[in-house]
Write a protein that binds this ligand. Sequence first.
Ligand SMILES: Nc1ncnc2c1ncn2[C@@H]1O[C@H](COP(=O)(O)OP(=O)(O)OP(=O)(O)O)[C@@H](O)[C@H]1O
Length: 913
Amino acid sequence: MSGTSLQVLRRLDTGPRGLTDAEAAARLAAHGENTPPRPRVPSWPRRWLRGLRDPFTAVLLALGLVSAFVAPWGTATVILTLVAVGCAVRAAGERRADRSLAALRELVAGTATVLRRADDSAAPRAHEIPVADLVPGDVVRLGPGDLVPADVRLLRARGLAVRQDAVTGESAPVPKSAADLPEPHTTSALCFQGSAVVTGSATAVVVATGARTRFAAAQRSPGRREPSAFDRSVHGIAWVLVRFMLLTPPLVLMAGAAMRGWGPQTLPFAVSVAVGLTPEMLPVIVTSCLARAAALLARTRRVVVRRLPALHDLGAIDVLCVDKTGTLTQNRPVVARCLDADGRDDPEVLRRAAACAWWTLQLAELPAPDALDEALLDTVGAAGEEYDGLAALPVAPGRRLATAVLAGRLGHHLLVTKGAAEDVLERCDLPAAERQRLLALAAREARTGQRVLAVATAERPARTRPYTPADERGLTFRGLVTFRDEPAPGAADALRALTALGVRIHVLTGDHPATAARVCHELGLKVTETRTATAAQGEAAPAAGAIRSAGGAVRAGGDPASAASDEAGAGGGAPGVRGGGEHWVGAGVCPAGPGAAGGGSGSADEAAAEAGGQEVRVRTDVAPAGAATVVARCTPQDKARFVARLRAAGHTVGFLGDGVNDVPALLAADVGIAPRGAVAVARESADVVLAEKDLTAIGHAVTAGRHSSANIAAYLRVTLSSNLGNVLAMLAAGLMLPFLPMLPVQVLAQNLCFDAAQFAFAHDRPAPHELRRPTVLRPPAFLRFITGFGVLNAVADLATFGVLALALDGPDALDDRAVFHSAWFTENLLTQALVMLLLRDGRRLVRGGRPGPVGWAAALLAAVGLAVPPSPLGAALGMTALPAAYHLLLAAVLALYALALTAARIRHTRRRP
Ligand SMILES: Nc1ncnc2c1ncn2[C@@H]1O[C@H](COP(=O)(O)OP(=O)(O)OP(=O)(O)O)[C@@H](O)[C@H]1O
């Protein structure tokens, strides 16, 4: 919307004081709710067609089409039916999952701060209202972490920068200003729905809502992240198999041609064998497993999984990085003490800090005070009213201090600065020794677990030129204010549960290291290492920041033994600050929970980082399993870099954070998790959102992720080793026999039965030990497993036939093709049923006296295997009834196979680390 801000206000029939309640209600009725346009629900055919993009289904389709041209219609029909049914089941699963997620999104819908008046004469008041209730003409306030709730025209803005990639695709923050500029530049005064406020604050008038916003027109989702752990492993396995599948038909063809010359059925048989190898139900079973678990989590724990594969990644995480304030603590600080430079109580320090908070709040027009400012104002009241506020330089991501410029004595301005002790003292005129002493004083307070702000002032000659951070120099130190912030309820239990699940905790915080270490201690985490991450040059260079100690002393390689002795030096395990605070390097943390082992003996799992040309080695695996590390004074980029390094070192990393500072790390992690109460942009960036306060839901979500991953893994293990065994046996038999070991249609029918039985895996319950550690599908280990068991399966198949052929009527029986085909069909389904039961990795066959879903499915599969050959369906498929003696021998052979399978599995389990 073009024009000056005044013209825009007039056109919208509103004013800078906002609408009255009655006007807003009338406009809501006229314009409708400000609900973001619902993502277009794909139609059934579209969903169905999307299923064809899956590599297995695509290969299957190609094989179906080939056989339509070269084979009898039966083969092509069975293959194409498989494709059609697979796509339909998958589309139905996705639709169900989408519906339950859409309903859940309501649970985490956002709010906006709007100025409304009771009637024309009343003063405007800031209200927090649901975003859906905004109307054109409303005046809203925006602050860091907010998602712009509608298309707005800025009326006033301070230091505002927004990320508007959801609308325009540009991912770098864009500066915005309220200035009335000529036509081509007016977009700098517009912010679009779906943009995220990175820094600064603003007051703006709503110009468009709902379907009339730019976001509705663009319908773009925020920038995609790189493939997750889940995508990586499933794709890894899928592509190996697809290659193998593509190789199978030529191999079968060549073998067949060599043995029997080209026959009319050789090509269809080759195609069927390739189909037999395909785990075509993989996408369907993956979707069903994940969708079921996500729906259950939402219902029972109110955990919203916004991206289904994130559930698998949750099950795979071995490291969870958490921020402290608002996640491990309540972020409801209360002023505890105010002290002067000598550590004596001094209420004047508190009054100055509160004056700074008051005027920052007024002048920066933040929609809500920052929690520390709120605590100051709660204690002192409107402390700044005796001054006149002139300018404010608020806190921003990567900037740990705030300054208010007040009118001082005649002809002078008074700068009041409060912020992180290191950052404020760095800007004070002080001898180095005095600075060290004051840092030690701050560290002493922090060691009690309190949050600490330093306060400083400066008097300057009055001027009209605007103030910038460069003016925060030559300050006079006034004292410290400390705050208590209680641990979040449930945080200790949640950490204990995660530790018991084998997840290591790293605390990444913007706060003082000693405060963070103390909070960890109170939550039952024993600190094994604490580091300080500092941006190279304060707030000016967050991008160049690297993890290093505050005093510049780099903790190179972090020797675990020295971490342990640091800890002793800091007071027998109590986390603490040594050497006056600034050279705070390392004390350690170890969880007090199960699996905790003191000290640190991790292997040298290191990642390197460049810091201003200087190579800094950062240990990512210092502590033993379950132990925690604290990295303090992190900028948002430090947090993201730490997460990225852990991922590069092979960990699957979750990040739990609630603030605008946490957004880069939420996006950098395999799984971003936002707690209830997180700012809108953090919720929007997260894969998983907790709708309840209770952090213990994370442990349940991790278990749910492991549950579904374990089922997917069991399905893959069973189906792939069985399919591979069958294909190998068929290839070998094809070379030995003068006829095809099975007719193509029989191969496909048997495959169809097995596929149907596999659905039981979506409903299975994994063995308890599978839920106790991260579940990662590692393609190489996986492929080794299926090759080993596949070969065993093939040997069993061939041995069975050798024995049976000899024991029945001698080698001549092989001439009876129908008997051979029927025997193979039955044997195949029975061995597949056995594999389903025995390769499930320690799961019980029977629970509470009843077989589980996989038990029932295996029984049904075996029954089909026995019943089909003598039935009319069997006759239609070219099979015949088998002699009774065959069944007796088959039972004996199957018993031997079951023994061999169990022995091999036990051996495999023992060898596994
Ligand atoms: N309103 C404020 N005024 C002055 N300084 C502040 C204010 N809020 C925060 N700070 C300073 O900035 C530091 C970093 O704040 P930031 O929001 O990055 O992290 P945090 O809230 O302390 O911790 P976490 O990263 O765990 O959420 C704080 O420790 C404090 O020293």
